[in-house]
Design a protein around this ligand. Structure first.
Ligand code: ME8
Length: 523
């Protein structure tokens, strides 16, 4: 038994969501992708810390609560529960669900503020500018425009801005331009994918202004240490959640020493500047190590159209899971859209993936080979004789998948990993059709046994590697292949891939997995 203390650590996070509404498919997408990576790393022998949660402060939360006529804390609690339930619904295996109203988070946010202040990077001044409540950010006049309705908008984000003047603390972001550019060139993998990271780099090259980091017009936030008239700008508090989650400010704790710096922060494209510019600057100022990587994913659209409540095209993640199945939506989202790119979903696209990739390529191959084994091999893994070149070739392909999947997951290229795995499945289907084990049954049972053995061996390797994306279905397939009973079983870890199936292993009666999607009957 290896204790987790000896395993290499891996710390990953999602963005923390604003609980001013309920979760949508975009939130579920980020949770599922990050979860698949967390599961992959656990199965690959890492001691994983996976953090997710809710970002509960700020003016937007206060305004939503006022509109609903309820205390802001109640709004935060109600919707934080909805976000946690969504994570559970999509099978997220987070280790902690953090809320920025948690007591330990207040301590962490105060501590990072004091460190940045002690460095001389925080000063008090006055701010006047165009403020967008939706973005929780000021925009320079050049970045705004007055539209036909007479209202001024932030050009980039299409959100309304209002002229706001207040006393504010500032962070000397301008002093960090050179250090940030040095970081980007020394650590070219810091931001990904490259195209989205390039946008960040150009922004920094154009020059950085100091950042307003406190507010006096409302009090729903973490108090600024030493000045009770100010609360922290919500992004200072929000980004710090990544430190709170591993025990900051106790930088000497085992947990902090083990997990910090984070291996990857997974975020959406609209918040790349906050993560790839402000966050490393805050950490440099506080004298803390920087995360290894900011992975910026794209947005999901409903048939290419932005989701919005007014268009009535938002989808609740739970409804999706109920309609198509959990494994099915996890597979669809990660296979269909290259992570980093924008993507679209539609009923037809989901059903297409379910029927061709899952029901046909995987489910059907498993069903056909396992029922032949049940009938013709005493329900035991058959004993192979010497492998023919066709068998060797398919086994070699399957055995190469661990390394290629690992390379793809390390770059968060989930669709690439699944494409490679399903490529091998496609070739195995062709192999099965070519070899015709149902004919060999009458002509050459030794050869039939070898073909069935090789097919089951590919299915075993594919199922082990499919667990991070489809924990349930891949688990059921592993059970059908006699490979343990639960996800922690040694036979299901990636280290078991190198140990081939043992002939004579008893197999349970095969049950169909990944059935075809049937349209519900009308009426
Ligand atoms: O931005 N498709 O919270 P949030 C894919 N609280 N991803 C989407 C999406 C879509 N249609 N819409 C949103 C915040 N997201 C801050 C984060 S982190 C310290 C603070 C992603 O609830 C979005 O890009 O608006 C972000 O990564 C996450 O969902 C939460 O968005």
């Amino acid at each position: 038994m290896t204790s987790t203390e000896q395993l290499p650590p891996y710390y990953l996070t999602t963005a923390i969501s604003y609980p001013n509404g309920t979760p949508h498919i975009g939130h579920a997408y980020e949770a599922i992708a990050t979860d698949a990576l967390a599961r992959f790393k656990r199965l690959d022998g890492y001691d994983v810390m996976f953090l997710t949660g809710t970002d509960e402060h700020g003016l937007k939360m206060q305004q939503t609560a006022d509109k609903e006529g309820i205390p802001v804390r109640d709004l935060a609690t109600r919707n934080a529960q909805a976000f946690q339930a969504m994570n559970d619904d999509v099978g997220s295996s987070y280790n902690r669900f953090i809320r920025t109203t948690d007591a330990d988070h207040y301590a962490a946010a105060s501590a990072i503020w004091k460190l940045m202040e002690a460095r001389g990077d925080i000063y008090l001044d006055k701010y006047a500018g165009w403020y967008s409540v939706r973005d929780e950010a000021f925009h320079s006049e050049d970045d705004t425009d007055v539209r036909e309705d007479g209202v001024r908008y932030a050009t980039e984000t299409d959100t309304e801005v209002t002229w706001t003047e207040e006393e504010s603390y500032f962070f000397r972001l301008s002093a960090y331009q050179d250090r940030l550019l040095a970081l980007y060139s020394d650590q070219p993998e810091f931001g990904a994918p490259q195209s989205r990271f390039n946008e960040v780099i150009s922004f920094v090259k154009r020059g950085l202004e100091d950042l307003s980091i406190s507010r006096t017009t409302f009090d729903w936030g973490v108090p600024v240490p030493g000045n009770k008239d100010h609360v922290m700008y919500v992004w200072v508090d929000a980004l710090t959640n990544y430190l709170t989650g591993v025990g900051f400010p106790d930088t000497e704790s085992e947990r902090f020493k083990k997990y910090w710096p984070a291996d990857v922060h997974v975020i959406g494209k609209d918040i790349s500047r906050f993560h790839a510019i402000y966050w490393p600057a805050f950490l440099m100022s506080a004298g803390l190590e920087l995360p290894q990587r900011i992975m910026i994913h794209g947005f999901l659209f409903n048939k290419g159209v932005k989701m919005s409540k007014s268009l009535g095209n938002t989808v609740a993640p739970k409804d999706w899971v109920d309609q198509y199945g959990l494994d099915q939506i996890r597979f669809f989202l990660l296979r269909e859209v290259p992570f980093g790119a924008d993507g679209s979903y539609s009923h037809e696209a989901i059903v297409g993936r379910m029927n061709s990739d899952l029901a046909n390529n995987l489910g059907n191959l498993a069903q056909r080979s396992l029922s032949m084994v049940a009938k013709n091999c005493d329900a035991q893994v058959p004993s192979p004789s010497s492998f023919a070149p066709a068998d060797e070739a398919i086994l070699a392909q399957a055995n190469g998948l661990l390394e290629s999947s690992r390379a793809a997951f390390d770059r968060q290229e989930f669709s690439r990993a699944l494409e490679l795995i399903w490529g091998v499945l496609g070739d195995t289907n062709a192999y099965f059709a070519d070899q015709q084990p149902w004919v060999l049954r009458k002509t050459d049972t030794e050869r039939m046994n070898t073909v069935l053995y090789a097919t089951l061996e590919v299915l075993r390797i594919v199922s082990i590697l499919a667990q991070p994306v489809m924990p349930e279905g891949a688990g059921r397939l592993l059970t059908a292949l006699g490979q343990g009973t639960g996800p922690d079983d040694a036979a299901r870890q990636f280290s078991a891939i190198a140990t081939p199936l043992v002939a004579g292993t008893a197999l349970p009666a095969p049950a169909p997995i990944f059935p075809k999607y049937e349209e519900p009957a009308e009426g």
